[in-house]
Design a protein around this ligand. Structure first.
Ligand SMILES: C[S@@+](CC[C@H](N)C(=O)[O-])C[C@H]1O[C@@H](n2cnc3c(N)ncnc32)[C@H](O)[C@@H]1O
Length: 283
């Protein structure tokens, strides 16, 4: 049998695959013990049972093979929520919280807003927005049936009742109604991007990551279709790659959106571009 301190020393075995080996080992051990990380620091000398040690070693080996921590733990924090994750869709990223912040700013004066999240994945964006105002109605869609089931489960687990989810190929099965805001973090990586063979993305589905036309095909498709689903003065918000801001602004302007602007994420990278449909002074 080994102690907690002895097992934490296996952090060195993750140095080649992770930028945060110490944190990873703590998370995997805490998960195996069904405790939090404070417990590990409080009881370093405690012996770990054979079964728990076996579970920890299995997780450690999977991490050594590159599997994302979120897949091993089965969940990831986003906004104020704890979201289940699985290989059917993207693991929510911290930079995506910028989309939520901007959406909340744009919805602040709308007591009964209708919001659409296209490509909802775990439901991260839809659920974060819905969690901020129970009078807003949020609809999230995804092409992948498994992702829709996951988003629904995350809504239930986080006790959010004002977000609904459905399977749809972008707008194809969205009810014909007009929204106050449409938000999307669509696939935007070019198929030849070398980052696709590095880190966590190797374990995420191509359907969540890759788009044609240098990664811009889905953003273009949504920009063209969205006006039929936007109230006059409503906003369309995209997350995109840090080198795509100029192209996305050009696309939005070409399709008649006004007040087009790009905002930077916490790392100072161009990350979100938004545009307003038609009546610029109404929102
Ligand atoms: C980059 S992930 C974003 C997931 C989630 N919104 C987030 O920010 O964590 C893109 C999502 O779009 C979905 N998607 C891809 N093509 C789609 C399509 N044609 N219609 C609807 N959703 C699609 C993928 O399944 C994936 O869940």
């Amino acid at each position: 049998m080994s102690s907690i301190a002895e097992l934490l020393a296996s952090r060195s075995s993750l140095a080649a695959v992770s930028d945060t080996p110490g944190l990873d080992v703590e998370l995997l051990l805490a998960h195996s013990l069904e405790q939090n990380r404070t417990y590990l620091k409080t009881w370093p000398e405690r012996e770990v049972s054979a079964a728990q040690q076996q579970q920890f070693q299995t997780l450690l080996q999977r991490r050594q093979a590159g599997e994302p921590i979120a897949h091993l733990l089965g969940s990831r924090g986003f906004w104020t929520l704890d979201l289940q994750v699985n290989p059917s869709t993207l693991i929510p990223r911290p930079e995506t919280e910028l989309l939520v912040e901007i959406a909340l700013e744009k919805l602040a004066a709308k007591p009964n807003a209708l919001v659409l999240d296209l490509g909802t994945g775990t439901g991260a964006i839809a659920l974060a927005i819905a969690s901020e105002n129970s009078l807003w109605q949020v609809l999230g869609c995804d092409l992948q049936r498994e992702a829709v089931a996951l988003a629904e489960r995350n809504g239930r687990l986080n006790k959010i009742n004002n977000a609904k989810f459905l399977q749809s190929d972008w707008f194809t099965d969205i009810p014909k109604q007009q929204f106050d805001l449409i938000v999307s973090n669509p696939p935007y990586i070019d198929a030849n991007d070398p980052h696709l063979s590095e880190g966590d993305v190797r374990f995420e589905p191509r359907s969540a990551l890759v788009a044609g036309k240098q990664g811009l095909a889905d953003i273009e498709h949504i920009s063209v279709q969205a006006p039929a689903y936007l109230k006059p003065g409503a906003w369309l918000l995209f997350e995109h790659g840090y080198e795509q801001a100029e192209a996305v602004r050009a696309l939005l302007k070409a399709h008649g959106y006004v007040a087009v602007a790009t905002l930077k994420d916490i790392a100072g990278m161009d990350r979100v571009t938004l545009g307003q449909y038609a009546a610029a002074n109404e929102v």
